[in-house]
Design a protein around this ligand. Structure first.
Ligand code: GLC
Length: 571
């Protein structure tokens, strides 16, 4: 790894580019129409928080909802009985007024803890440390992780503090341009770091950044999710602030193109999904998530859609945009067809014939029905469904993964009907998936012989612990966002109430163990920043659902006719 001695000094002022702007974060669009878009487009300036709330409210109250967005909003508001107060939020000490409840005392505590986790570089806040737990071995929890920073970033954006998010996006972009080597092997140009750290040199009185692209990580795997989160966050920043000038910067445009060229390059693939090594995402240890894990596929889909909104269609961007559009079509068809599991689909697989040859094969990946795990027959409710963990030749990983399913809802990779089915499943399998602490990272745990083979006997990932069926409070924000999007905030409220009984008392653990998530995780860090930020984001979104827009994308209408395979959900 070559590390520059010091980061080159940065030109702080951000140039605003007002021509050839292909950015349109506000209007969601169908992918293919984008290709023929005439340019330059008008950039609709972002409405302020207050304008947004009031606007959303007025849509919601309108007697004939003009669009699906409005339909969702309307259901959402019906459920929530919100009161929207004028006046910009300025922090936790000036909370938005609300009919139903006073701010929970945990909110102020959480903000304080979140602010304590801030990391500064040359006087500017650039991120938040993974955990402020000094009592145990630090490992790499003293670093700013890209994925961990996302809920922190959303909390700051929702609180009207976008500067730190901008700094983070620009700093990580600089890190992307480092030459990245593991032993003698050079990583792709577009790879974004898993984490970074600020090094202080007291002698020279200088600060430098030190990044990890997987070469120090346990297992030495490069993070595939970091680049996707970076693009998703850039869109969240743009949507929330209305400041398109950041995304329009040539270096940001280039950064996005580099990330995407890693994923859109042609190879031997026969599937539009992205082939990954185990441990390249939130689950960053060997857990049998190699191949085509749902978390990465859902993030890939979301990042592609965000990039489509942010990329300029200039000479360099046009080709990327065309490739994105094609990939989105193929990816959504593949995921919605082959990853979707509900009672009917399960029954079809149960009766699959094998060894089918040619295009007419029903069992395309030659899945042997005997490979269906026992637990799935009881777990599958009559109503409901989900995207399974992985699909590859003769292998379906039937485990339920929280992050992939929530991101599928938020990105509209899931159709509205599938989104509802995912929420139905969460409701009917509440004890298994939520239990006493939201929320299981995956379900169920793997045990005994399977654990030995799949994890390589990993003692941190024993059954119902950590990545292996552990409960992660950070996932609360994703659940809440999915609940709001599907018009079911009462589910989120229930989950948040559960978290409120313990999180603060237990000092914001990283994860909980046990079938019900009753025990503080065996090796869980305390003051885990994303547990804190995840709680705040969940609270702020419930209080003001218009925040959802920065992390959610509406359905693309063009995708619908492409769906053919399962008729077990209504189109
Ligand atoms: C654990 C998690 C990973 C997270 C890191 C820092 O390794 O599995 O997702 O980024 O801790 O909190």
């Amino acid at each position: 790894m070559s590390v520059p001695n010091a980061e080159p000094s940065q030109n702080g002022d951000i140039r605003s580019i007002d021509t050839s702007c292909a950015f349109s974060a506000i209007e969601e669009c169908d992918f293919s129409r984008l290709l023929n878009r005439s340019r330059p487009l008008n950039m609709e300036r972002q409405r302020s928080c207050d304008e947004r709330s009031l606007h959303e409210l007025s849509i919601a109250l309108s007697p004939q909802p003009p669009s699906r967005t409005a339909e969702y909003s309307s259901r959402m508001i019906d459920h929530m009985e919100y009161s929207f107060s004028p006046g910009r939020r300025s922090g936790f000490n000036t909370p938005r007024s609300h009919i139903a409840c006073e701010p929970h005392p945990m909110v102020a505590e959480a903000w304080e803890a979140l602010r304590r986790s801030l990391v500064h570089f040359r006087g500017q806040p650039v991120g938040t440390i993974a955990a402020l737990d000094n009592s145990e071995e630090e490992l790499n929890y003293d670093q700013v992780f890209v994925r961990d920073f996302v809920p922190s970033a959303l909390a700051f954006l929702m609180n009207g503090e976008p500067e730190i998010v901008k700094n983070f996006l620009l700093k990580t972009l600089r890190l992307q341009s480092w030459e990245k080597k593991i032993d003698r092997f050079q990583l792709g140009e577009g790879v974004m770091p898993a984490s970074f750290k600020v090094l202080h040199d007291p002698v020279r009185n200088s600060e430098t950044l030190m990044a990890d692209f997987g070469e120090s990580a346990i297992g030495r795997v490069a993070p595939v999710d970091s680049g996707f989160w970076w693009i998703i966050l850039l869109r969240a920043y743009t949507k929330s602030t209305g400041d398109a000038s950041l995304a329009e910067l040539p270096e940001c445009q280039k950064g996005m193109r580099l990330i995407l060229s890693l994923c859109l390059s042609e190879g031997f693939d026969t599937f539009p999904t992205l082939l990954c090594a185990d441990g390249c995402c939130m689950i960053d240890r060997r857990m049998g998530v190699y191949g085509y894990p749902i978390e990465i596929q859902a993030l890939f889909f979301m990042a592609l859609r965000c990039a489509l909104l942010l990329l300029k269609q200039d000479d360099e961007g046009k080709e990327v945009v065309e490739r994105i559009v094609k990939r989105l079509h193929a990816l959504s068809f593949h995921m919605r067809s082959y990853y979707w599991l509900d009672l009917k689909q399960l029954n079809d697989i149960y009766r699959y014939k094998t060894e089918e040859y040619s295009h007419t094969a029903v069992n395309k990946f030659n899945v042997i029905p005997d490979s269906l795990p026992e637990w799935i027959f009881d777990f599958m409710p009559t109503r409901g469904g989900y995207f399974i963990g992985n699909v590859s030749p003769a292998r379906m990983d039937f485990r339920w993964f929280c992050m992939g399913n929530c991101i599928a809802i938020l990105s509209s990779l899931a159709t509205p009907e599938q989104s509802i089915a995912i929420m139905d499943l969460i409701e009917s399998r509440w004890e298994e998936l939520v239990g006493e602490m939201p929320l299981k990272v995956c379900y169920p745990a793997i045990e005994s012989h399977e654990w030995r083979i799949v994890t390589g006997c990993d003692p941190k990932n024993t059954r119902w612990s950590y990545h292996n069926g552990g409960s992660w409070p950070v996932l609360l924000w994703l659940l809440t966002a999915a609940c709001i999007k599907t018009g079911r905030p009462q589910i989120a409220r229930r989950a948040i109430e559960l978290a409120e009984t313990r999180l603060l008392k237990d000092y914001w653990p990283e994860y909980y163990d046990g079938k019900l998530g009753r025990y503080i995780g065996k090796q869980a860090r305390k003051f885990q920043t994303w547990s804190i930020a995840g709680y705040l984001v969940a609270k702020m979104m419930l209080e003001d659902p218009s925040h959802l827009g920065m992390i959610s994308l509406e359905e693309d209408k063009q995708m619908k006719p492409l769906l053919r395979r399962s008729n077990s959900w209504a189109f």
